[in-house]
Design a protein around this ligand. Structure first.
Ligand code: FAD
Length: 468
């Protein structure tokens, strides 16, 4: 009797708990994967992330074929259709057990409950595994037994738990005796970002190895400088599970054995993996955040400005604020944006323009190659002061001082805003401050007064807090 593995955001054969568990049985193992495009579009998942996912299926099929495991396509453009598709697939192949790694978003969990019911009705057992996080959601609780809503105490407990137990990643399963079914024929989408974000194992592994080969203590400073390649750029691959967080942490611990110790120089990078788990944990502990609702419910009624033309200018990188424009153009061109810039543009949108974070969140989902609901929603709500940020709403990053501090020579701005290429390192951060807009400069004047709009945002938050 064949066993079926349903692959979702775990597109790899190594360190895949569901696949390894299915392969522990004798008998045939079949895998399937779906492309629920209509559902993904309703989640605002844009072409860069969808294309990455679909492209990854080609090397995945080859890896599975080498193990004599066929990959079939699961029918269904929506999650509801997928439940029916899975039932039909199981019936057709006489499947007795299905193996799946969990997803934690609201709709994904609702679909998986429906899967449980539908397959139980056909006497098919479903085996669920936690795979995406280093510490599965809802494992860690506060001293009072409640969910964590503040990052730092969560991170401390998270690190302690991993110091106690962290198992090396699983190897790929052994080759099965023979390929009994032909794998699905795949067509790779025409993806303009394909060269930037290769999906073969060697390229992904090289990225990881190159990153850990650098002194990890340098990450602490380099990660904030957008002109450098100071971070791992593994986020797209983590988002689709082409690599697991365990594989990343394992490689880091090989290079820096004390990285899980808060005092270690390499700990800053490990903290980023903790953020990743923190926001996935939040999806389960506070499911409303998956449903476009703020974590801080009192901020639900903030009087945001309508998006209109201001939002369009932000999207296009035409705000007249150089760091914001450079970052938005990096996003529009490459599908990726540096983390510090993500915070800067998000605060600019939600504080200086006072536009609802949900517009920015949606635009990022549509444009990011690493689009991930948990991290994206977490980052947006953190920046908009509607989320878990422990700092108060009046901590607002000034995009000019951020630029002066983290892009000192203006190299990042020059790369993405060629209109400013001739500006010197002093004026490039705020060319408009040279009193008169430099003659002949084909670059817009800032669309908003940074100081005044900052104060307005603070006043509005303050008044709203008093009212609620
Ligand atoms: P590294 O610095 O090398 O970090 C390693 C890994 O840790 C990342 O690949 C990522 O998986 C995880 N990570 C790092 N920082 C964070 C963080 N703050 N929150 C959660 N996980 C983190 N990350 C996404 O993966 N997808 C998103 O859709 C996303 N949207 C964001 C939106 C906003 C407004 C903000 C402020 C942050 C967002 N992030 C998102 C988090 C972060 O910016 C990216 O993970 C990071 O820039 C990816 O680059 P990297 O792989 O080089 O990161």
């Amino acid at each position: 009797m064949p066993h079926l593995v349903w692959l979702r955001r775990d597109l790899r054969v190594t360190d895949n708990p569901a696949l390894s568990a299915a392969c522990a049985n004798t008998g045939d193992v079949i895998t399937c994967v779906g492309l629920p495009d209509a559902q993904w579009q309703s989640h605002d998942l844009g072409a860069p992330a969808r294309n990455l996912y679909q492209r990854r299926l080609t090397p995945l099929t080859a890896d599975l074929c080498a193990l004599n495991i066929p990959l079939l396509m699961l029918d269904g453009a929506t999650f509801a259709d997928q439940v029916n598709g899975l039932q039909a697939l199981c019936k057709h192949h006489g499947i007795t057990a299905v193996y799946v790694n969990r997803e934690y978003e609201f709709n994904e969990r609702a679909r998986d409950r429906a899967v449980d019911q539908a397959l139980a009705a056909c006497s098919i057992q479903v085996h669920w595994f936690d795979d995406q996080c280093l510490v599965p959601p809802q494992t860690l609780k506060t001293g009072q037994g409640g969910p964590y809503s503040v990052f730092t105490p969560y991170r401390r407990r998270w690190e302690a738990s991993l110091r106690e137990e962290f198992n090396a990643p699983l190897s790929a399963p052994a080759r099965r005796p023979a390929l009994t079914l032909a794998p699905a024929r795949l067509t790779a989408p025409d993806d303009p970002l394909a060269a930037l974000w290769p999906v073969d194992n060697d390229s992904i592994q090289t990225r990881l190895e190159r990153f850990v080969a650098r002194p990890l203590d340098r990450y602490q400073t380099d990660r904030d400088l957008p002109a450098l390649e100071g971070t791992s750029s593994l986020s797209p691959y983590l988002a689709i599970g082409a690599i697991s967080a365990r594989q990343v942490l394992h490689a880091v611990l090989q290079a820096a054995p004390h990285a899980l110790d808060g005092a270690s120089d390499a700990n800053t990078f490990v903290s980023e993996l903790a953020w990743r788990d923190f926001y996935k944990n939040l999806l389960v502990e506070a499911p409303r955040v998956s449903r476009a609702r703020p974590f801080k419910v009192t901020t639900e009624t903030l009087p945001w400005n309508p998006p209109g033309e201001a939002f369009e200018r932000w999207c296009q990188g035409q705000t007249g604020v150089p760091l914001v424009d450079a970052a938005m153009r990096q996003l529009n061109t490459t599908g990726w944006m540096h983390n510090r810039c993500r915070m800067v543009v998000a605060m600019f949108l939600t504080k200086n323009l006072f536009i609802d974070w949900r517009h920015g969140e949606r635009y990022f989902m549509q444009r990011l190659v690493d689009a991930d609901l948990a991290a994206n929603n977490g980052g947006w709500q953190w920046s908009a002061s509607t989320g878990t940020d422990a700092a108060p709403y009046f901590r607002i990053m000034n995009p000019v001082s951020q630029s002066q501090r983290f892009d000192k020579n203006g190299d990042y701005i020059r790369r993405w805003v060629p209109e400013l290429a001739a500006q010197d390192a002093k004026t490039i951060h705020a060319p408009f401050d040279a009193k008169a807009h430099p003659i002949g400069l084909k670059y817009p004047k800032p669309m908003v007064d940074l100081k005044r709009s900052r104060q307005q945002a603070i006043d509005t938050f303050k008044a709203h807090q008093q009212d609620s």
